[in-house]
Design a protein. Structure first.
Ligand code: CO
Length: 255
């Protein structure tokens, strides 16, 4: 069963997602050559707790941090560590927040200093694919309409969408039904209805879509070592279409 949330529940989900977005804006502003990915995680923990939230990723299936920081060929689930960012890399920041029992989840990818044309186009395409997926998230459409919109956007640019990880429903758990693949799985999936809350998250590779998970059990890298980008918003389905919950009150698109 896919939950249909009440307005009161949606207000809690909005709060959780606004804290999430606030963290993303702050961390995006910290990205520069020389910073350690661990520094970003420490900053995230402070902002989340100051806002009265709980880091949702920490301890989830024993995940050891508050954020996932995924650099270049790391697709998702990069564990913050002592390594320093270098000019030219692209950095995915993924954050989850629990607030009064309700979850926020969002991600974006930002450049570290000057980046090459391939990485710039990859980031821009992934952000646009998320927007296309969100635009397809209207009542009466199916989950597969989101999937197809995302896939079409990426493949038309010569990029590939990751199969091994998917978007998801979100609410009183971080991951709920339905799964939201970013590619056509050959069935239309559940129909979208007002009150459903979904985390849509395209993960897009410059090369092949295949993934390898490192020995830490988390870090997912591209099988060919080429870069990957990731954007995610949590949205609620309304009669008129999807409303994005994970925008910072500053309303910067992509954040
Ligand atoms: Co997610």
């Amino acid at each position: 069963m896919i939950a249909l949330r009440t307005e009161k529940e949606i207000s809690f989900l909005r709060k959780a997602n606004e804290i999430t977005a606030e963290v993303l804006v702050a961390l995006a502003g910290m990205i520069e050559p020389g910073i350690r990915t661990k520094d970003l995680d420490v900053a995230a923990a402070k902002i989340i707790r100051k806002a009265g939230g709980i880091p949702a990723f920490l301890g989830y299936r024993d995940y050891p941090a508050c954020t996932c920081i995924s650099v270049d060929e790391v697709i998702v689930h990069g564990i913050p560590n002592d390594r320093r960012l270098r000019e030219g890399q692209i950095v995915s920041i993924d954050v989850g927040v629990k607030w009064k029992g309700y979850y926020g989840d969002a991600a974006l990818t930002v450049p570290c200093g000057e980046i090459d044309e391939l990485r710039r186009r990859l980031m821009e395409t992934t952000d646009r694919a998320l927007a296309a997926g969100i635009a397809a998230a209207v009542p009466g459409n199916y989950v597969s309409d989101i999937s197809r919109a995302v896939q079409q956007c990426c493949e038309s640019q010569g990029f590939s969408v990751v199969r091994a990880f998917v978007g998801h429903g979100i609410g009183t758990r971080l991951h709920e039904e339905p799964q939201i693949p970013n590619y056509d799985v050959g069935s239309r999936g559940p129909m979208l209805r007002p009150g459903m809350v979904l985390a849509i998250e395209p993960m897009v590779n410059a090369g092949i879509y295949e993934v390898r998970v490192l020995d830490d059990g988390w870090t997912a890298v591209t099988a060919d070592g080429k870069p990957s980008a990731h954007f995610e918003h949590s949205v609620v389905i309304r009669e008129q279409g999807a409303e994005i919950l994970s925008l910072s009150p500053k309303r910067v698109w992509g954040m």
